[in-house]
Design a binder for this molecule. Sequence first.
Ligand code: BTN
Length: 236
Amino acid sequence: MNFKTQWFDRLPSTNTFLKERLELEPALSSGTIVAAREQTQGRGRREREWLTAANENLTFSLFLRTVSKPWKIPSATMAVAVAVSELLDAEGVKADLKWPNDVLVGGKKICGILSEAVSGGVIIGIGLNVNMGNAEHIDQPATSVLMESGERRSIDDLLEKLLPILSDRLGEWEQGGFSKVRKKWEQKVPTLGKTVKVRDGDAVRVGILCGFGDDGELLLEEQGVVSSVWAGDLEG
Ligand code: BTN
């Protein structure tokens, strides 16, 4: 995959910026990346905020052009989460994955990913906590590379190191969908085979997480019956 990266000192949201750019330039190349050193109106899943103070975290969005069926696209985000976890492992910070697309260290969130369907493909926005010194301002357990390793890192270098890994995982996804990255994903899910709670809105389901289907859907066993869960959040 060919990536073309453009850095900005400050943007409201890299996802929003890339979406607007795509509207002006519908032929935008797959692999276009917009990265910001500071993000002032960053967006997370479920309407949450995701702000980034200057030079603290790696904050970028990637346009992936694809003709995949709409229900297959969310698993591209899971391939990205695998890539981020592999980068962290290589940096000496052992990372786990939490469906649908969180990267955790010791149960605390270190990276969030927001994907948004757009005409011609998907925009995948990645926020990796790198030099954040504490998580007091965050409303959920969170951590950073600095908090885990005691060392500050260059966010430019981390992005450079991530790109070849991203290219491999997204290349696999483009060739064969989630099935091609499933093994790597499942190896990093500590709750596999355990009892989990899945919340979708007000509904909570409890069952055994027995695996992931061909499109990244979670397979939940309740009273001996396995069913597919396409949306929701894992609790705990
Ligand atoms: C989550 O809620 O876990 C997803 C957070 C995604 C944040 C990233 S930072 C880069 C990109 N731009 C945004 O506005 N959001 C995403």
